[in-house]
Design a binder for this molecule. Sequence first.
Ligand code: PHE
Length: 451
Amino acid sequence: MPRAQWASRMGFVLAAAGSAIGLGNIWKFPYISGMNGGGAFVLIYLVAIALVGFPIMVAELVIGRNAQASPVVAFGKLAGAGSNWKMVGWLGVLTGFIILSYYGVVAGWSLNYVLMSVCDFLADKSPEQISSLFDKLYVAGDMNLFWYALFMLLTIGIVFGGVQKGIERWAKILMPMLFIIMLVLVVRAIFMPGFVRGVSFVFAPNFDKLTAGGVLEAVGHAFFTLSLGMGAMLTYGSYLGKKTDLVKAGATVCALDTLIALMSCLIIFPVVFSFGFEPNQGPGLVFKTIPVVFSQITGGELLAILFFLLLAFAALTSAISLLEVVTSHFIDSLGWSRKKATLIPGALILVFGIPSALAGSGGIFDSWKNIIGKNFFDTVDYLATNWMLPLGGILIAVFIGWFAPLEKIKEEFQEGSKFKTLFVTWLWAVRIIVPIAMIIVLLYKVRILKI
Ligand code: PHE
C-alpha cells in the first residue's frame, strides 16, 4: 500500500496544531504561569519556543518527511539499518504509549465537566461546594475509569479511520471549533473588571518573581506543548509531500500553539482577578477555580459548557497524535494493517492507563506513593515529561546536528522552502543551543542539578 498522505497542506497544519494545542496549553500553561508570577515567565517561554522548540519542530519534520516513515524506521533509514539510533525511535513510541495512558485520565475529567456543565452543576452551590466537586471526582475511581475509557475509545475510533479520513478530517472539524470557542471566551473576558489586571499579569514582565527553576520549567514546557521529543511531529511530517515548506509549516504550528496558550491566559486570569482569587492555585486552577468564577457571572452556565468542550477538543486532537505514533510504528515496522495497529496498541494503552485512572482513589496505585513518593499517575507523568521527552529531544538534536548525513538534511530542509538561507542558523541552533538547554533542563528536572 502506498504511504498515506495529508489531503491538503491546511489539513496537515490543523492536525499538527491539534497535536500541539492540548491540555498543555489550556490547563497547564496558565497554572504554571500563575505559579511562576506571570509576565517574566511568559517572556522566557516565548524565547524558549523560538530558540529551542522551533528548531526541533523543524528537525522532526525534516526527519519524518525524508524517511516517509514513523520514528523507528525513520532513524533506521537515516542512520543505517543496524544503527543504535533506532533506539531514539523506540523511546518515542514508548513515550507516546505512556503519555497517552495518563493524558487520557485528565482528558476524561474534561468530559466529565462537559456533562456536569450541561447538567447545570453550578446552580445553587456555594463556591466551596463547587470547588470540592473536583476533589470528589479525583477520588472516585469508577468515574475516572468510565471517562478515561470513553475518551480512549474516541481517540482509538478516530485513529482507526486513518490519516485522511480520521485524523485530518477530525482536525478540520475540531480545530476551527476550538478557535471559535476561544474567541468567544476571550471577548467575554474583555468585559470583565479584572481584564486589565489579567493582561498585565500575563504581559508585564516582573523579574523579581522569576526563579532559575521557573526558567527551566518554561523551557521544558515549550517542549511538551509543541509535542516534541517523542516523534509525534516526525510522524505527522512523514505524511507530507515535497512541496510543503517545512520551515513555514513548523513556524505556523509554533505560532498557533503560542497564540492559544496566551489566549488561554487571557481567558483565565481576568476571571481569576475579577473575583479576587490568587493566580497561583496550581493544577486545580482550571477544574476548581474557573467553575467557581463561572458560577458568579451572567451566562456562566453557557461559558462553562464552552470552556470544558474546548478543553476536551484540545485534548482529543493531542491524544490522536500520541496514539498515531504508536499505531504508525506497528504499521511500518511489523506490516500490520491500520485496523490491527490501532486496536491492539490502543487496547494495551487503555489497560496500562487503568492504574493512573485509579490513582486518586486509594488502593495500591495510590498508596504506592508511600514508598515511591508519588502515586501511579504522578509517577508516569514524572517519568515521561521529566526524563523521556527531554532525553528524546536531546538525542534528536544531537543526531540531526552531528550524525545524520548533512547533505540529505540540507536538501530536505530546503526542498520546497522559501527560507533556504536559514539552514545554517537552524543547524547551529540544533547543534548547540538545543542540546545545551535541554541537558540543563533534564538535569534540573530530575534533580541532579539543584538551583
Ligand atoms: N502538546 C500536547 C499538549 O500541549 C501534549 C503532547 C505531548 C501531545 C507530546 C503529543 C506529544 O497538551
